[in-house]
Design a protein around this ligand. Structure first.
Ligand code: NAD
Length: 325
């Protein structure tokens, strides 16, 4: 019997692939690099279901190349790499991987916050270089987090977990979002404020919005100028949410104390000057990279594909309208 064909654009953790192999003909792009456009198109032409990463641009051309495509399963919670509107017009479900990577990203956000504020990278370099000769009262002085204020921009799944962890550490939380969450405010004594009030008052600003036209350059030179000179910016959302050129300038001029970034405006390229700065910590888009999250993401992507190939609704569709229109 003809088995449905699934094309996976990069090697991902086994759990999901094994599930798919039980009843599908699965091809995984074998090279350890981002798939070329030509190879992507060949894979799409061949398959019934595509499992792709945020490194692949899934635009009109991709959808049009195979009119029989049944589902796009994105191996990420963000989906700014996919023309979801066009997918909906073609009644193709697009799925993401919510509910399994939030803890990983929230933990990484804290790792970045602690690393930048406690000057861990500089202190490590200093110690390795044999510069630690005696205890010094003023060596690598840093702010205490307890009692300070964290400003969360985007109190969704990840933002609210970051807020929860902050409250557990005695950090006050203020947040801004396009919608209020009153029960969260009550439970965690969090205060809803405008973006401006948040920028003026937060000691640490953490970004957790999706990349949308409305969030592109949500933080630019005007916003950086509003932040305290002693404040830190943490970005684990999407690079283009921050105007990276403006950020480099603000860091050079010490308009803010520092920034810790997991995502970049033109990633994997970094804006010129960024790596020369000492008041930044940079990680290569690994916020969700725990073993647990990455396995669970592969299972969700696989289950979405299996559901659709079996004539059922996708489990986590970004465009559930495909089932009602
Ligand atoms: P979510 O949809 O649960 O939360 C996003 C929140 O942002 C929502 O509450 C929404 O109302 C709010 N929002 C939208 N537009 C806004 C605006 N203009 N101003 C203020 N708030 C706004 O999403 P999530 O699961 O919490 O993930 C957030 C983002 O994190 C994802 O879209 C993705 O881009 C990014 N992410 C990054 C990594 C990584 O590896 N670095 C991993 C996972 C997710």
């Amino acid at each position: 019997m003809h088995k449905p064909k699934v094309f996976v654009t990069r090697k991902i953790p086994d759990a999901g692939i094994s599930l798919l192999r039980e009843c599908c003909d699965v091809r995984v792009y074998p090279k350890d690099q981002v798939i070329s456009r030509k190879e992507l198109m060949n894979g799409v032409k061949w398959c019934d279901a595509l499992l792709c990463l945020l490194t692949e641009k899934i635009d009109k051309e991709v959808f049009d190349t195979n009119p029989h495509l049944k589902i796009i399963a994105n191996y990420a919670v963000g989906f700014d790499n996919i023309d979801v509107k066009y997918a909906t017009s073609k009644r193709i479900p697009v799925t993401n991987t919510p509910g399994v990577l939030e803890d990983a990203v929230a933990e990484h956000t804290f790792a970045l916050l602690l690393t930048i504020t406690k000057k861990i990278v500089e202190a490590d370099t200093f110690t390795r270089a044999g510069k630690y000769r005696f205890w010094e009262p003023l060596l690598f002085i840093s702010p205490q987090l307890k009692g300070k204020t964290l400003g969360i921009i985007g109190l969704g799944r990840i933002g609210s977990l970051v807020a929860e962890k902050a409250v557990a550490m005695g950090i006050k939380v203020i947040y801004t979002d396009i919608q209020r969450n009153s029960s969260f405010e009550r439970q965690f004594h969090a205060r809803f404020v405008s973006k401006e009030v948040l920028l003026e008052n937060a000691d640490f600003v953490s970004l957790h919005v999706p990349l949308l036209p409305s969030t592109h350059h949500l933080i630019g030179s005007k916003e950086l100028n509003m932040m305290k000179k002693t404040a830190y910016l943490i970005n684990t959302s999407r690079g283009p949410v921050v105007d990276e050129k403006a950020l480099v300038q603000a860091l050079k001029k010490k308009m803010i104390a520092g920034a810790a970034l997991d995502v970049y405006e033109f990633e994997p390229k970094l804006t010129s000057g960024l790596t020369k700065l000492r008041n930044v910590v940079l990680t290569p888009h690994i916020a969700s990279a725990t073993r647990e999250a990455r396995q669970a993401m592969s299972i969700i992507a696989a289950k979405n594909i299996l559901a659709v190939l079996n004539g059922k609704k996708a489990l986590t569709p970004i465009n559930p309208e495909v089932y009602t229109k």
